[in-house]
Design a protein around this ligand. Structure first.
Ligand SMILES: [Mg+2]
Length: 341
């Protein structure tokens, strides 16, 4: 089955058998302005090729690499894969070279589209054959209106968006993200955009192509972008609990968003991942043991039998729930699984 794996014999780390590691940034490497504990030293210890995947379309790879280097990471701008790069790769596969493209977004997006040889405009009057839309704090009504006019002028005009993130966390709170701005244009034109960033596989394909790798481990903090995208691209994935998604979301994850590994922090990339030991008795009681944690399910009732380490309890609970084949709302789940041991 997909999802959490049972290994046998020697316990291996999540990096065993992989040829590269892809990292999400926000919630994995930094949170707000600060590096997340153990992230930088754990990444610098990795001997495999590493890529950094960001849906943020407002910054260039150079700017992202500069920020990451400031935390102590050793990387080059080529190690950064942005959603504008994924969008531009898609664009190049869909319209002729040197076509006119209306760009709504920031420097990161403008640079990629222009480097790919397209002619950039900000006016629908120039009859662009495509509209590419990414987030920038400077995007306002005028640009959204031009995008709308260009898309209404001709139904064959292509509409690509870098990413679908509805919200963007900033220092003072949560603000509308690119998905919300794309949605504003959608309301005006009644069409749907094609997306390029996570969870679409374009980002993952661009990263794998660039590193010339085929068996990466994707590490992220969001099931609906990082893990879902890795799954869609046929890649292994690890969710780390230092960002957005926590026990509750992991236990409730649909089968297209289930990680192969669950990690407290990035140190666990280098540590043996515990065996997930499953058994079923004559009364149809399904038992999952991880370390000292034991979770049992009979029918739709899931109970903690022994807590053990909190992370192992979550791993055992997730495996038990995923194995059940039942949707989370059909299960009676012990609150101890998501409220902490
Ligand atoms: Mg993130």
């Amino acid at each position: 089955m997909r999802g959490l794996k049972r290994s046998s014999g020697k316990r291996l780390s999540p990096l065993a058998g992989k040829d590269s590691v892809f990292f999400d940034l926000d919630g994995v490497i930094y949170r707000g302005p600060d590096a997340i504990d153990f992230a930088v030293e754990s990444i610098n210890q990795i001997s495999l090729p590493v890529a950094y995947l960001t849906n943020n379309a407002s910054r260039t790879p150079e700017q992202v690499a500069h920020q990451l280097a400031g935390y102590g990471l050793q990387l080059r701008p080529e190690d950064v894969v942005t959603s504008p790069q994924a969008a531009t790769t898609l664009l190049a596969s869909m319209i002729p070279a040197a076509s006119t493209v209306l760009v709504v977004g920031g420097e990161g997006l403008l640079q990629e589209v222009s480097q790919a040889g397209f002619v950039i405009t900000d006016s629908a009057d120039d009859e662009p054959v495509a509209v590419v839309q990414g987030f920038s704090p400077e995007v306002g009504w005028s640009q959204l209106a031009e995008a709308s006019f260009a898309l209404q002028r001709d139904p064959s005009v292509l509409w690509l968006a870098t990413n679908t993130d509805w919200t963007i966390p900033v220092q003072r709170g949560v603000a509308p993200g690119n998905g919300a701005l794309v949605s504003a244009v959608h309301l005006a034109v009644g069409r749907l955009a094609t997306f390029a960033g996570k969870p679409e596989r374009a980002m993952f394909d661009v990263a794998a192509d660039r590193l010339q790798v085929s068996a990466p481990l994707m590490v992220g903090d969001r099931l609906d972008t990082d893990i879902k995208g890795a799954r869609a691209a046929g890649m292994s994935s690890a969710v780390v609990l230092t960002g957005i998604d926590q026990a509750k979301q992991i236990l409730a994850a649909g089968d297209d968003q289930r990680p192969d590994y669950i990690l407290d922090d990035l140190r666990q990339l280098h540590q043996p991942y515990p065996d997930i030991v499953r058994s079923v008795d004559a009364d149809e009681v399904h038992t999952v043991e991880v370390g000292k944690a034991v979770v049992r399910r009979k029918g739709h009732v899931v109970r903690v039998a022994r807590a053990g380490e909190a992370i192992d309890l979550l791993r055992a609970g997730a495996a038990c729930i995923y194995d059940s084949g039942l949707k989370i709302f059909g299960l009676d789940v012990d609150p101890q699984l998501y409220e902490g041991a």
